[in-house]
Design a protein around this ligand. Sequence first.
Ligand code: ZN
Length: 229
Amino acid sequence: MNRQELGQSLNLKIEMIPEGASNRSGRTITPQYITIHNTSNDRAGADANAHSRFVREKGCYVLPSGKQNFVSWHFTVDDKCVIKHLPVNERAIHAGAGNAVSIGIEICMHKGIDQAAANARAERLVAALMHDLNIAPANVRPHKAWTGKACPVLLLSTFDGFVRNSDRMCREVRAYVVPESLLSAREFEAPEPPAEDVVLESLGVGPEEEISHDEEHELIAEAVNAFVQ
Ligand SMILES: [Zn+2]
């Protein structure tokens, strides 16, 4: 498999969160990690399209206290497509300390999904990101590694195998001698140097880390269901 074939196999759609939305930080990161989530939403219709509408049109959930928590991530994957919501070098809000250094991927798990196909599509997306952004397999992490949350709930017991499959595809793509005509085939932009505010953050000057709540996925699931067809 070459890089172009890998990219085409994703069925990638671009549905960006509007600039200026409250769940868009607008802050540049250099992504060094990939964080994998499951949506924890098993309702029929809670697919990538429903999550795309949620993250673009609402982008928050409400705590029992009434406080709104904004959320965002870079990609949603189901058995039919990948939807991209943010530039890979923009900080999203999905994994506590992982926000500052990682790309967030949500894998759907709704009733009726072909879960094996969704997981395989996510493995291909991870392979493409590992390839384009030079991310090591050790830096593909479950949400749990950042916050302790039991996520991705369907993949925790087989996470090493998930990463191995992505790594194998990434190596295969790297080993393929790319014809000159395909050298521009890249879906994912290379990271830019850290913006000044990221440098300031590393000096301890930046805004507070977003707090990650254990009930987060469940509350997001309730909010997403407003967008289920
Ligand atoms: Zn998660």
